[in-house]
Design a protein around this ligand. Structure first.
Ligand code: SAM
Ligand code: SF4
Ligand code: F3S
Length: 442
């Protein structure tokens, strides 16, 4: 049998990282990655369960695959990720086209499970939580990512149990990877050509491995010469410790955009969400960081129309967005997740929810448009990632993660260069490179 695997990925950056690591793993048993669905013999769906009709989306997707292969030999179909973890053997019962269900903490077994299925043709449900074995296994398999900007998972799982969130059930308890293995992986990535590393974790700033904290990791990765930029996501306000705040004073490579989800501007709602902090705590963190480093800006996630959210609670969210001047943020209407506390709460009327979401997004978009407009005519630093598809422009990101599209030079891919911004819209900045790359990569 030819060995081609096709992976479709939904969800967060950690799923993207996992998908790449699954590719790295199945290479060991002779599989190559394909982007052509027609030629695949293993189809893997890496799923997300965070919102909406996640489960139905998966069955819909499998239905499409069934149709695609109706006149051909069926591929081996694997459902991985957070829906697989939450639904496990139910999926095998409901959709016989699925052959293997595998949860995010069992990816170290993926090669064995594929081979077992090919030998025995017997359905497999593999959804144990075993983060230690997973990372021990993956540490021995080279991360082959060559993207200029790559993810690196340092922590997984969550013990916080916010009442709306499914992650503690799908990713299991908090686990921090070995400090030495993370540094090793960061060095491998830099040798592969990676120039920006985003450290990932569901609670990335809760990282703690033998007393090494996130701040230690940042300062150690900073020593890798070829790495130009460091980011991390997603953090929780409760874990924004003094040592991490202080890094913004000394680090030369940590980017000044902090993604620190607040979810709501109202203490009453934060309490109902079980977020374990108040708005005054959040503002204190913001003020400390701004004092230490005035370049710092914040982005956040917001859940709108959480059960019980009154007009006053909602107004407090709008007020906070104005005060903190959040940029590059995400907002979602509350979506009840099976098994979570908030799934039993009374929902807010759909029309009201949609109206509130529109208001919040308008405020967030206005912040973004203003920030981008203010950069017109200035020179900013951009890490050049690649050429844009189908035309002669180049693509990179600003320090604040905003897309920058510009006229440039191929030799600047992987370098931090100065770009003069000529125009902008809500999502992007447009300009041209100034030919004096200061941080050329050797
Ligand atoms: N650990 C991060 C934190 O505490 O902020 C959040 C990780 S979660 C993968 C990403 C975002 O999804 C959350 O910040 C929240 O805004 C959103 N989210 C999670 N559960 C949700 C739900 N039930 N309905 C709507 N949005 C949700
Ligand atoms: Fe979910 Fe984040 Fe809350 Fe954990 S801290 S339960 S990942 S929202
Ligand atoms: Fe989705 Fe799981 Fe990530 S639910 S957001 S893929 S942790």
């Amino acid at each position: 049998m030819s060995k081609k695997i096709f992976i479709k990925t939904f969800g967060c950056q950690m799923n993207e990282y996992d998908t790449n690591r699954i590719f790295d793993s199945v290479r060991e048993i002779g599989f190559t990655k394909t982007e052509n669905l027609e030629e695949t013999n293993v189809y893997l769906l890496n799923t997300c369960h965070i919102r909406d009709k996640a489960k139905e989306k998966v069955y819909h997707e499998i239905g499409r695959i069934k149709q695609n292969f109706s006149s051909k030999k069926k591929p081996l179909v694997i459902v991985a990720g957070c829906v697989a973890q939450a639904e496990n053997e139910e999926m095998l019962k409901r959709e016989p086209y699925i052959d293997i269900v595998i949860g995010p903490q069992a990816y170290h077994k993926i090669n064995d499970k594929i081979e077992e299925y090919l030998n025995k043709q017997k359905k497999i449900d593999e959804t144990e939580f075993d983060a230690i074995s997973k990372f021990n296994y993956l540490d021995n398999i080279k991360n082959t990512s060559t993207k200029i900007s790559s993810f690196l998972t340092i922590q997984e799982g969550c013990d916080k149990f916010c009442h709306f969130c499914v992650v503690p059930y799908t990713r299991g308890p908090e686990y921090s990877r070995s400090f030495a293995e993370i540094i090793n992986e960061a060095k491998i990535l830099s040798e592969n050509g990676v120039r920006e590393i985003t450290l990932l974790g569901q609670n990335v700033n809760a990282y703690n491995n033998e007393n090494y904290k996130l701040s230690d990791l940042i300062l150690e990765i900073e020593k890798i010469k070829k790495i130009k930029r460091i980011r991390y996501t997603t953090s929780h306000p409760m874990d924004m410790t003094e040592d991490l705040i202080d890094v913004y004073n000394v680090s030369r490579k940590l980017m000044p955009l902090i993604h620190l989800p607040v979810q709501s501007g109202s203490d009453r709602i934060l309490k109902l969400m079980n977020r374990k902090h108040e708005i005054k705590d959040y503002i204190k963190i913001y003020e400390k960081l701004k004092t230490i480093n005035p370049k710092v800006e914040f982005s956040s996630d917001f859940i709108i129309a959480y059960p019980g959210e009154s007009e006053e609670d909602f107004a407090a969210t709008l007020e906070l967005i104005k005060n903190i001047n959040f940029i590059n943020s995400f907002s979602f209407i509350f979506s009840p997740r099976p098994g979570t506390k908030a799934s039993n709460y009374k929902l807010i009327d759909k029309k009201i929810s949609v109206k509130r979401l529109e208001k919040v997004q308008k405020q967030l978009f206005d912040n973004q448009i203003k920030m981008n407009k203010a950069l017109e005519g200035t020179e900013i630093e951009v890490l050049v990632e690649n050429k844009t598809h189908g035309n002669s422009k180049f693509f990179g990101r600003s320090e604040y993660m905003t897309s920058v599209i510009f006229d440039g030079n191929y030799q600047d891919v992987g370098n931090v260069i100065k770009v003069k911004i000529k125009s902008s819209n809500q999502n992007s900045l447009f300009g041209e490179s100034i030919n004096n790359s200061e941080q050329r990569v050797a």
